[in-house]
Design a protein around this ligand. Structure first.
Ligand SMILES: [Zn+2]
Length: 127
């Protein structure tokens, strides 16, 4: 996207501190720290580690998951949906593919929702 803010290149990875309790997240080459967190409170170390691992997994898989969702949302099933069996071809042709053309539990609609969330957009059926 042209207006998407630049972020530190991926993949990211975790480093554990050896001299105190904490974690940091670094870009691939290891020259730029993305963020760090340390805390000596009992029990917080495990939470911080789990959070750092979750952040790194989410960031490193973001583009692949977004690409997969775009393939589903823009693929052949978006217009001829085997799940919904009645995607309105006329509406799709005149208005583009919308949430309303697919049932709530339809994989195409779920992919469209995931794309909106990944792009930081509102998730609403009436856009
Ligand atoms: Zn559908």
């Amino acid at each position: 996207m042209p207006n998407e803010p630049k972020h530190t290149p991926t993949p990211w990875h975790i480093r554990s501190y050896t001299n105190y309790k904490g974690f940091s997240i670094w870009e691939e080459r290891g020259s730029k720290c993305v963020c760090e967190r340390w805390d000596n409170l009992e029990g917080q170390q495990e939470i911080n580690k789990a959070n750092a691992e979750f952040i790194v997994r989410a960031v490193n898989s973001h583009q692949a998951l977004l690409d997969a969702c775009r393939q589903i949302a823009n693929g052949p099933f978006s217009h001829d949906c085997p799940h919904c069996h009645k995607t309105d071809r006329y509406q799709v042709a005149s208005e583009g593919i919308k949430f309303e053309h697919h049932k709530e539990d339809c994989p195409v609609r779920i992919a469209m929702t995931a794309i909106r969330l990944a792009e930081g957009k509102e998730v609403s059926a009436d856009e």
